[in-house]
Design a protein around this ligand. Structure first.
Ligand code: DUC
Ligand code: ZN
Ligand code: ZN
Length: 485
C-alpha cells in the first residue's frame, strides 16, 4: 500500500466544485492521493470535524512596497506573510512599483530581494506609471517572460495615474507580450476637483474622503477603461469594486461577452462611509480608496459575488501605522483627509471575515467561498492548476479550518506589524488552525512553523483566461497595420 509523508484523515474537503469526506495523502510538495483508508503517513493529522480547504490566494496586497517618497508599508514580507498564513492564505500576489521617470527592471530586482523573506509563496504584478518607449519596448517584455504575467495601472493618484492615451499604450503592450491587466479605476480629475472644493469649504475630516470620491467617480472610470480595453481587445480585472454602480458596469460588460473581471475586498463588505466618521481620529483607520460606501452597496456587493460579477475577494492589504511619524493619526492631526495614507491592513482577517459573515450567515455557500478566495484568483492569474484547489498533482497548499471556533478580533493577537486593525472587536466564527504550503506545515495551533525564506516566487506562464478574444470593434486590427479588411 502506498505510504505518504503526511496524511490528513477524515477530512471534509471542500473545493470550488464540491465537498467530500476523504483522506489526503501528501508526498513532498504535492497532493499525491485523495481517497478513503489511504496508507500510512510518516505524519498524520486527524481532521475530524474540520474543513479542509485550498490555501487562500490573495491576489492584491501591498507588502513592503517602496514608494516614491522613500517610505514603505508598515509591515515586512516576514510579518505580512506570517499574518497571511495565520489567516489561511498560502500565496500572495503583490506589487513591484515604477516611479515616474524611472524604469521597472531595477525595481523588480530589488523587490525580489525583499520578498526573499516571505514565509508563504508569492508572485508580482508590475505597476506601470510611466509607459515610456524604453519601459514598454525594452524593460517590460523580459519581465513578463520571466513570469511577472500581470500589469497594474492607476487611473488616479498623483503622480502615478495614466492618461487615456497611456492606458491604451499599456493595454497594447500587455496584449503583445501576453500579460493580464489589473486596474485601479477612479476618475482623477473629478476627485482632484472635489477635494479642492471640500478643502476650500473647510471640510477636511476623514469622513469627507467619501464625499471627495463618490461612487460615480468609480463608475465612470470603470466604464471608460472597459471601453478602452474593448477597443484594443485586452482582458482586464477591475480592482477593489466598492459600489453597486461600479459592479453593474462590470456586469453589463460581462453580459456583452467581454473578458472583464471584477474584484472586491473584504473591507467594502465590512465597513461603510459611516465608519470614516468615528470619533476623534478613529475614522482614519477606515480610510482607503475607493472609499467605503453605504450598507446598500455592501448588500449589492454580496449579490454580485453570488452572481459571479465579482469573482475575487482580496484584502488590498496596504497597512500604515496609526501612530508614528508616517502614521494615519499623526498626519491626520495636522492635515486634511487628502493627506491621510490610503489603505488598511487585512491579510489575516480576509478569509475569517468572509467565512464568518459570508458562509456562516448564509450570504454565500462554501463553494463560493473557496472560489472567491482561492480558485478564481489562481485561474485568473495563471497559478492554476499548480495552486488554487485540492486535487492530485497540485501543490499541497491547504488550510484546515475549525468552522466552530469563535474569536473576537484584537490587534494584539494578529501577526502583522501594524498597531491597529479596523476589525478590532469584531466577533468571527470559523478560523484556520493549520496551514500548509507545498506540504510543509507553516502554521499550527497558533505557532508559526516555517522560517522567513520558505516562500518561493511563483512565475506564471500564459493561460487561457488571459487570452484576448480576437475581436475588434472595427474591421481594423489596431495591433497589426496590415490587417485592414
Ligand atoms: N487604495 C489603493 O489604491 N491602494 C492601496 C490601498 C488603498 O486604499
Ligand atoms: Zn488601488
Ligand atoms: Zn491596492
Amino acid at each position: 500500500m502506498q505510504s505518504f509523508d503526511l496524511v490528513i484523515r477524515n477530512a471534509t474537503v471542500a473545493t470550488a466544485a464540491d465537498s467530500t469526506l476523504c483522506d489526503i495523502g501528501i508526498t513532498g510538495r504535492k497532493i499525491a492521493a485523495l481517497g478513503t483508508k489511504l496508507g500510512a503517513g510518516t505524519r498524520e493529522i486527524d481532521a475530524t470535524g474540520k474543513l479542509v480547504l485550498p490555501g487562500g490566494i490573495d491576489s492584491h496586497c501591498h507588502i513592503e512596497q517602496p514608494r516614491q517618497n522613500g517610505t514603505t508599508n508598515a509591515d515586512t514580507f516576514e510579518t505580512a506573510t506570517t499574518s497571511a498564513a495565520f489567516g489561511g492564505t498560502t500565496c500572495v500576489i503583490c506589487f513591484s512599483p515604477q516611479f515616474k521617470g524611472h524604469g521597472i527592471a531595477d525595481q523588480a530586482a530589488g523587490y525580489h530581494q525583499r520578498a526573499r523573506k516571505s514565509v508563504i509563496d508569492y508572485s508580482f504584478h508590475i505597476i506601470i506609471t510611466d509607459p515610456s518607449p524604453a519601459v514598454i519596448e525594452q524593460e517590460l517584455p523580459p519581465l513578463i517572460a520571466a513570469g511577472h504575467r500581470s500589469i497594474k495601472f492607476f487611473m488616479t493618484y498623483e503622480p502615478s495615474f495614466l492618461t487615456d492615451g497611456e492606458v491604451l499604450t499599456v493595454l497594447a503592450a500587455a496584449r503583445k507580450n501576453q500579460a493580464f491587466v489589473v486596474i485601479h479605476a477612479e476618475n482623477h480629475e473629478a476627485i482632484r476637483w472635489m477635494t479642492a472644493r471640500l478643502e476650500a469649504a473647510g471640510l477636511t475630516d476623514a469622513k469627507y474622503h467619501a464625499w471627495a470620491k463618490p461612487a460615480l467617480v468609480e463608475r465612470e472610470a470603470i466604464q471608460r477603461v472597459i471601453a478602452l480595453a474593448e477597443l484594443v481587445d485586452v482582458p482586464i480585472q477591475i480592482f477593489h469594486v466598492s459600489s453597486e454602480e461600479g459592479a453593474e458596469e462590470i456586469r453589463r460588460a460581462q453580459g456583452r461577452g467581454l473578458k472583464v473581471y471584477g474584484e472586491t475586498c473584504a473591507q467594502y463588505l465590512a465597513f461603510s462611509a459611516a465608519d470614516l466618521n468615528r470619533p476623534g481620529q478613529e475614522g482614519s483607520k477606515f480610510l482607503c480608496s475607493p472609499a467605503p460606501r453605504s450598507t446598500a452597496d455592501q448588500a449589492a456587493l454580496w449579490k454580485h459575488i453570488r452572481l459571479g460579477t465579482l469573482g475575487v475577494v482580496s484584502s488590498d492589504h496596504a497597512p500604515y501605522q496609526f501612530d508614528g511619524p508616517e502614521g494615519k493619526q499623526a498626519i491626520a492631526k495636522v492635515a486634511p483627509f487628502s493627506k491621510i495614507p490610503n489603505g488598511l491592513p487585512g491579510l489575516e482577517t480576509r478569509m475569517p471575515f468572509l467565512f464568518s459573515e459570508g458562509v456562516r450567515k448564509g450570504r454565500i455557500d462554501l463553494q463560493t467561498f473557496v472560489a472567491i478566495t482561492a480558485t478564481n484568483p489562481a485561474k485568473l492569474f495563471g497559478l492554476h492548476p499548480r495552486k488554487g484547489s485540492i486535487a492530485c498533482g497540485m501543490d499541497a497548499d491547504i488550510a484546515i479550518w475549525d468552522p466552530e471556533l469563535t474569536r473576537t478580533v484584537t490587534n494584539a493577537e494578529l501577526h502583522h506589524a501594524v498597531d491597529h486593525t479596523p476589525y478590532e472587536g469584531m466577533t468571527l466564527t470559523g478560523w484556520p488552525v493549520t496551514t500548509l504550503v507545498r506540504g510543509k506545515i507553516v502554521m499550527d495551533a497558533g505557532k508559526r512553523l516555517a522560517e522567513p525564506g520558505y516562500g518561493e516566487f511563483q512565475p506564471r506562464e500564459t493561460y487561457p483566461l488571459m487570452m484576448p478574444r480576437g475581436e475588434f470593434v472595427t474591421p481594423f486590427n489596431p495591433h497589426d497595420s496590415d490587417s485592414q479588411t
